[in-house]
Design a protein around this ligand. Sequence first.
Ligand code: ATP
Ligand code: MG
Length: 791
Amino acid sequence: RKQVIEASFGRLNPVQRDAVFTVNGPLLILAGAGSGKTTVLVNRIANLVRYGTAHDSDKIFGTAGEEDVAALEALLKDGGKLTARLASLLSVNAVRPWHVLAITFTNKAAGELKTRLEAMLGSDAQDIAASTFHSACVRILRREAEHLGYPKSFTIYDSDDSLRAMKEVYKQYNIDDKFLPVKSALSAIGRLKDQMVSPAAAAAQASEYRTKLVATAYEGYAKRLFSAGALDFDDLIYQTVLLFQEHPDVLEYYRDRWQYILVDEYQDTSVAQFLLVSLLAGGHNNICVVGDDDQSIYRFRGATIENILSFEQHFPGAKVVRLEQNYRSTTSILDAANRVIKNNVGRKGKTLWTDNGEGDRVCLYRADNEQDEAAHIASVIGQNLKNGAHLRDHAVLYRMNAQSGPIETYFARAGIPYKIVGGHRFFDRKEVKDIISYLSVIANPRDDLRLRRIINEPARKIGAATLDAAAGIAAGLGCGLMEVIAEAQNYPALGRALVPLKNFCAICDDLTAAAQEQPLDELVSTVIDRSGYRQMLEAQGEEGRTRLENLGELVSSVKTYADEKGDEASLEGYLEEVALISDIDGYDEEADTVVMMTMHAAKGLEFDYVFLVGLEEGVFPGEMSRYSDEDLEEERRLCYVGITRAKKELYLSCARTRMIFGQTKRNPESRFLTEIGEGELQVEESPVAAMATTRISAGAARQRETTRQAESFRSFTARSGLTGTAPRPTAAAKRGAGIAFKPGDLVEHKVFGRGTVLKVTPIAGDTIVEIRFDTAGVKKTMANYAPLTLA
Ligand code: ATP
Ligand code: MG
């Protein structure tokens, strides 16, 4: 029996297998980069769901007859197929898939986990909860938020929403931005939540002027979000922990639900995340965490390396498994990583080795400037392509998003397709955020913040004074802004703007009604039309057109979502997805392009060819780390993460001068290069001096074209990041996509029934079809998205 089970995990080495077959109790897998931690995690889940404790249990096979034993022996001898009968005998102690919760850091990683589990387990994988901390918490709170006094349909604020909310708190409490910048207050509050410090506790422990200000801001901010029925990102975890701490019965339900808990990238968990995990695991203690203390790179976001270092104290009797063989990289690459990381003092030292062979030496290119650096990367990629590599095997990693600009520009000019992960994302664009805000207000009319964002967007002559008056009335009555506006005629202070306010309410009423009857994607088109947004953009010429194209992308993203979710699609669900899309999610593995991202975003990923750029003091390690050993060690861990992403080749580069944030800097080479040692590197110097000048003046028009290309790459990235797959053709075929409508056509619409086409206007790769319906009046629909067919 043991042999049959082990054969299903044949690829793993003995130590990895030991971890996989440790089924119950606390387990820590502590190992260096590329040693198969994530691989073990996936295989461990597969073993749980397929065989449970069968590997070490004597109890099973009690019902097996002689025939079964004979079949088993035959199987072992001939390597034949595991019959259903044998598999079921082996799986008597299997864990039900819905009892498993696997947590990772990014939606991307969670998606990858699911894909790998599906490949191993088939349909059983669907019931396994594989998610990020944030989406696991959203799931819990959508059921339980009322225990905390929040509506189940709470809104999730992104950083921009939080900023707006905080600005209002500043006004309310007369806090001066000079003493405490709004963003600093928000990040301080985020850290407090990571540490599970409540507003009251923050006030009690504040002793200096600044911490007192933070505590005041925290209190005002918490109240404001509570009354808006909104949670920010940090709240999702903070409030879930509170929920579990204050409602043992609720906690009991989830402990029973998730009897096996696994956490990847455990070195980056915060105090709150640790509490969440240990509360959940409290009853059964079946917790397996996987991590590498050398890869802890989120201290600035409240992650504490302590969680991993003290796992054995938190979970007495924990088994610790160490993996030492690296399967990812060549010896040269691994050596470079080891040479860098050994300079850190606070670490649980470990040795990594590989039998992947020596490989080529790590390359260093000394560029003149950042343009030259970009050109060099492009030429190396070109060379690799000639030798049979694919674009997607290449990753360019940098310390800060701002470094991507010159490389993007160069790539776009050189015609190298690339994708940016992070940076200015699709869902951060103003027009997209505005329409999302309309949708949020439809879903949750208590969302005052987003209501304020759109009430005069497009301009409707509803000024700040009117809004402030309405907000004052709402505060006095203890109700929402929308309720006051709906009754504007009752308040003399709103008299001057009565007509625009009434018009706005009529728009909201129509959209709320549309939300009831229209499919989601069509609803978004309706919002764009009925809000007057489309008209406004159409009047804006070239720029408006680009923005309208972006809104077209938004409609596509909603449509992709709706197609994927089928009957489960909902406005709330879509808004939730949008809120949860994090930087890494723009990365779509399917498309063959070079990927560019920060080293932070690259955690857990691997590529054949990796470029680490900007290896200069002040860039990497960053300026701030000069003053603190702790910060410097974190930068060094980040460097270790960057280097260990590479499978075949690692290319390092630095520039003599670099233009960054509008200033040209001349920085010494990074200490990380010194630590690796020049003797270990294949060094190449820039042959050309100052190539940049001519290239920059080469033509503003081309520059603009480049930016446009980059934009469309990015919007594609953002879109594909939403759901990760293309819309299913069957679903698309049911809609009007591909039909060439013309005036006079008789059509059939899924919701509005029969109608006659009045007008057809091509726009942004789609067509607006204006239709007079027999019963529903005249409506405009997008041909590609409307559930529209020729009658
Ligand atoms: P990181 O620290 O970067 O998250 P990791 O420890 O999670 O890395 P994995 O991503 O699981 O490592 O594995 C690295 C690579 O090694 C993957 O390509 C994986 O398929 C491969 N690998 C893992 N274990 C084995 C093995 N026993 N035999 C062959 N290849 C393996
Ligand atoms: Mg991993």
